[in-house]
Write a protein that binds this ligand. Structure first.
Ligand code: GUN
Ligand code: FE
Length: 426
């Protein structure tokens, strides 16, 4: 039965109008018609008088958060073994764990824990990596479908420089499995859709990337991958693809770098001016993963520069490089990282403000999914109701101050209710 998607939520409502501006309405009314926001009002407009009102009292109501980059099979070992840099960490910690996802039983257990936990947080949209395993990736899609979150999920492609258990037999075999996975899952889900997922250039041959580009063109699929995260990784790409002008040029050569089909590139810590220019031209989304970049000692991405250039930017948890799935935490970490970069690396790039970080975690990343990440009229109605009553203070706080406090102290707050495209999922 189709759930009724016409209602009003009442409470203390905050959303971004742009990177610099958060609009707050105390005891406001957010109107949802057929899953789409009609705007936020101080009183119920005449035309909506007969809609049911869900009153959330003094709770905060904000747009759902978007996680543009997470590895579902890495959820089970998050916060373990964070003492290595990227390439060594992949070889010794990550690949052995991802190999276990050849076992569908293990995958079912791991992915149901991942999906159930994600459901209870403030994220409403997510782009997730699976593993190379087709069947297990379908299990991940099944698990995410059940949560009611809207997601993009990728079967990972890898045919070189990986552990034997995580190396697909040949580019052809990897492409065949991808096509089979796309066929098998087509039309099966309401909330989950596929995204092409070459892991990164070091683990994908030119032939594989070329084939994926062709599949993407033919089927009109988006792409997710990693870009310029670590200096050793960048050197490796230069050796593997000496013909390339820069790292991102490799994806671009094969039609996997935005343009017609949107692409998300995680990290971009060390992108050159040329690479940034190309990202801008192609409308590539940067998934900024500040915590992961610190944990794996990758560096600090110049997010301010990306925003000044007008690149599309959102936030990613990058579990298990990052240990927290919370995009509130992603906002706080992005601010902190930008301050360190400003102080230690480049004092011409001012740190991010709270308003900007909130924007990145809501509208910035949400844009990958369309009109998502705001409660302005016309946006899909993704909203989370946050109970911050546990945070006590003798001060009287404005709504903007409560939002700021919640960004930093979200771990203590509770998600009271969650709506995804107008559907209440709890
Ligand atoms: N680059 C290629 N694979 C990965 C991964 O699993 N995590 C991170 N952080 N970077 C990667
Ligand atoms: Fe990643």
């Amino acid at each position: 039965m189709k759930q009724e998607k016409n209602f009003i939520v009442k409470g203390n409502i905050c959303y971004s109008e742009g990177p610099e501006k958060i609009r707050t309405t105390e005891q406001g009314f957010a109107v949802c018609l057929d899953g789409v926001s009609q705007g936020v009002f101080p009183r119920i407009p005449e035309e909506f008088q007969n809609l049911p009102v869900l009153d959330f009292g003094q709770n905060l109501i904000i747009p759902g958060l978007t996680d543009l980059h997470i590895h579902a099979p890495q959820y089970g070992f998050r916060s373990l073994g964070m003492d290595l840099e990227l390439l060594e960490w992949l070889n010794t910690r990550t690949f052995p764990e991802e190999e276990k996802y050849a076992d569908e039983e293990y995958a079912r257990e791991g992915y149901s824990i991942f999906a159930e936990d994600l459901k209870m947080g403030a994220t409403t949209r997510v782009c997730a990596f699976g593993t190379i395993h087709r069947r297990s990736t379908e299990i991940l899609m099944d698990c995410l479908e059940e949560t009611g979150l809207i997601s993009r999920v990728g079967k990972v492609n890898m045919d070189r420089n990986s552990s034997p258990g995580l190396t697909e037999e040949s580019p052809r075999k990897s492409l065949e499995e991808t096509l089979l996975w796309l066929e098998e899952t087509e039309g099966r889900y309401e909330n989950v859709s596929p995204i092409l997922t070459p892991r990164f250039v070091p683990s994908c041959s030119d032939e594989l990337l070329k084939g994926l580009g062709e599949i993407g063109m033919e089927k009109g699929l988006p792409v997710q991958s990693h870009l310029s995260e670590n200096q050793g990784e960048i050197r490796m790409v230069k050796e593997l693809c000496p013909w390339s002008a820069f790292y991102g040029d490799v994806y671009d050569r094969f039609g996997l770098f935005g343009g017609e089909n949107p692409a998300i590139m995680a990290h971009c810590v060390w992108s050159s001016e040329e690479e940034m220019e190309r990202m801008k031209e192609r409308g590539v989304f940067v998934a900024h993963c500040a915590q992961s970049n610190a944990n794996l000692a990758s560096g600090i991405a110049p997010v301010r520069r990306y925003m000044d250039l007008g690149l599309k930017v959102g936030l990613g948890s990058d579990v298990a490089g990052g240990v927290h799935t919370s995009i509130f935490r992603g906002m706080a970490d992005a601010i902190m990282a930008s301050k360190l970069r400003w102080r230690l690396v480049d004092d011409s790039l001012k740190p991010l403000t709270v308003e900007e970080a909130f924007y990145l975690g809501t509208r910035g990343g949400g844009a990958f999914f369309g009109k998502v990440g705001s409660l302005e009229k016309g946006f899909e109605f993704d909203a989370v109701v946050m109970d911050d009553s546990i945070l006590r203070s003798p001060r009287t706080l404005t709504l903007a101050e409560r939002l700021e406090r919640m960004i930093y102290l979200s771990e203590s707050c509770r998600v009271e209710a969650k709506f995804v495209a107008g559907r209440r999922i709890f």
